[in-house]
Design a protein around this ligand. Structure first.
Ligand code: VG1
Ligand code: CO
Length: 542
């Protein structure tokens, strides 16, 4: 095998964000762009020699080319073995599981998740560590540092390998195992849940629609829901992964999964609706005529997890990202377990999961998961919901109503202002930061600020710290507004405004917008968002 050494120049924009490096696909296709980042990743982990890695992606445009490149670079560095999903496909949670199961040194996951795919859309790459979880901040910092000083990289001069046939092949001395992307993951799910009870639910006439949004979960959902659990054929829609996701946003929320929402709000609604994102780590849950917010889903799953075999003995703790509603906190209180509040991004849950301090984690952005892998897991959430419905003999709406009755309701919404000029968004955040000390005691839109801060986090397990993770405004009467800038966008800045109003009893059936009107107005006044951005409404509201 011939190895070529290629001279290159550093790119100054390869700083990983919330979840790896995300850029326009055409940026990734520039000469040396992908190669530089992959080489920097290998540098950051002290090389690839003798190591085993997992490799796969969500199937979007450029997935296959990127896989061939990574294989050739790994071979050049003397990697021992690469485990690759057939067709180049692996959902993010399935990749996490394979890393753990094979005790691999880590894995390369090719995905821009919920961002659209195609030559004029987005591409992404992230590295997961040996625990199966996203690289922690210390590692992403080393990767970034290496991207700034790179001058050359090595790559094997060999033909592409066939990704479509399961089996073993070699590239030089490196063994390549092309594996069925679904089989191990499906076994893992069967070990966690009461598949017999879920099968009985479907046999008893329970109906469902699962929208795979033309992304990676299609093959997983077909195999598990239809073939194994007996859901009717046709339960899974948009189940064949396409390179451009049918030109949609594979983002499971009421805006981008609007067909599913319309069905669930109609007379023809099945018992449950669900959807997943590009790389299979997010989920949306909808009942007949009712939507479950992700923050509520986390709380409801945690409150009922003991009904599934894997969590029968209870959970050790819950973790949620800071902007996620406090619904889960009250469940933790009731269960007598701790609830941790972390910065946005799954990488912050890793230490807590590894240390056994939490069992269930979640984010308001439609991610929920547990200690079974080190990523959020879309199908896992769907299966846990099914297991709970089977065990309780209740509908989705009944579980929701029962939960609010017991714990109160956190009215919640996220407003996204997308593609804002970066300088304007930065100025608005600076304006907020400058006011923090003076805000407590002020009243806006009839709400009095009780506390205002810039969220900072100290990891209770390894002591690492992360500052400036989002501005929090707390108001009298249980309202909260949070401002932060997205770390996954590829165009300008996306401002996320998270709004929450807690109602302990009574009023659980009001309109969300109405319940959040005061806190929204207060947040817009304090931030001066309309003046800074020139926007009078968000682009997306979830
Ligand atoms: C967003 C979400 C965050 C999630 C991240 C990756 O990040 O808010 O909760 O962990 O996407 O999810 P940001 O920085 O844009 O707010 V995925 O499914 O895109 O890997
Ligand atoms: Co995702």
């Amino acid at each position: 095998m011939t190895v070529k050494t290629i001279s290159t120049t550093a790119f100054n924009d390869q700083k990983p964000g919330t979840s790896g490096l995300r850029k326009k696909t055409r940026a990734f296709m520039m000469a040396n762009y992908l190669e530089n980042y992959v080489a920097a990743t290998f540098t950051a982990i002290d090389g690839g020699a003798g190591k085993t890695f997992v490799l796969g992606g969500d199937g979007r445009f450029f997935n296959r080319d990127a896989i061939q490149t990574i294989l050739k670079m790994a071979a050049a560095l003397g990697a021992a073995r690469m485990i690759v999903g057939q067709g180049g496909l692996l959902s993010t949670p399935a990749a996490s599981h394979l890393i753990r199961r094979h005790k691999a040194h880590g894995g390369f996951i090719l995905s821009a998740s919920h961002n659209p795919g195609g030559i004029d859309a987005d591409f992404g790459l992230k590295f997961n560590a040996a625990n199966g979880g996203p690289a922690p901040e210390a590692l992403t910092a080393r990767i970034h540092a290496a991207t700034l000083t790179i001058e050359r990289y090595d790559i094997a001069d060999v033909p592409d390998i066939n990704l479509d046939t399961v089996g073993q092949t070699q590239m030089g001395d490196m063994v390549i195992d092309v594996v069925d992307p679904v089989a191990d993951y499906s076994d893992l799910m069967a070990s966690l849940f009461d598949f017999a009870a879920i099968r009985a639910l479907f046999t008893g006439g329970f109906t469902m629609r699962f929208d795979a949004m033309h992304a990676v979960t299609g093959p997983y959902a077909h195999a598990i829901l239809e073939d194994t659990l007996g859901a009717a054929k046709g339960t899974v829609v948009n189940g064949i992964p396409l390179e451009d996701f049918g030109k949609g946003h594979p983002d499971p929320n009421p805006i981008w999964a609007s067909d599913l929402m319309a069905l669930m709000m109609s007379d023809a609604a099945p018992d449950m609706g669900a959807a997943s994102d590009g790389d299979g780590d997010r989920n949306m849950i909808v009942g007949k005529g009712t939507y479950i917010t992700p923050s509520d889903s986390l709380a409801m799953l945690a409150a009922n997890a003991h009904l599934a075999p894997a969590y029968r003995d209870g959970i050790t703790g819950i973790a949620r990202s800071m902007p996620t509603s406090a619904a889960a906190d009250r469940v933790a209180d009731a269960l007598g377990v701790p609830c941790f509040e972390t910065p946005t991004g799954w990488k912050f849950f890793g230490t807590l999961l590894d240390a056994g301090r939490v069992t269930i984690c979640g984010e308001e952005s439609a991610g929920t998961g547990s200690h079974h892998v080190r990523e959020k897991d879309g199908l896992w959430a769907v299966l846990l919901w099914l297991n709970i419905l089977a065990a309780r003999g209740m509908s989705v709406a009944e579980v929701q109503a029962d939960h609010w009755q017991r714990f109160g309701r956190n009215y919640y919404a996220r407003h996204d202002y997308e593609a804002v000029e970066t300088a304007r968004a930065d100025k608005m955040m600076a304006h907020l930061r400058a006011q923090l000390d003076g805000l407590p005691g002020q009243s806006h839109a009839g709400l009095t600020v009780t506390k205002a801060d810039d969220f900072a986090y100290t990891d209770p397990v390894d002591g690492s710290t992360s500052a400036a993770q989002g501005i929090r405004l707390f108001f009298e009467g249980g309202a909260r507004a949070v401002f932060r800038l997205s770390g996954t966008g590829t165009e300008g800045a996306t401002i996320r405004l998270y709004l929450e109003q807690f109602v302990s009893e009574g009023n659980h059936a009001a309109a969300v917008d109405q319940m959040l009107d005061a806190v929204r107005q207060a947040a817009l006044t304090i931030s001066d968002l309309p003046a800074f951005t020139g926007r009078d409404a968000p682009d997306v509201q979830t």
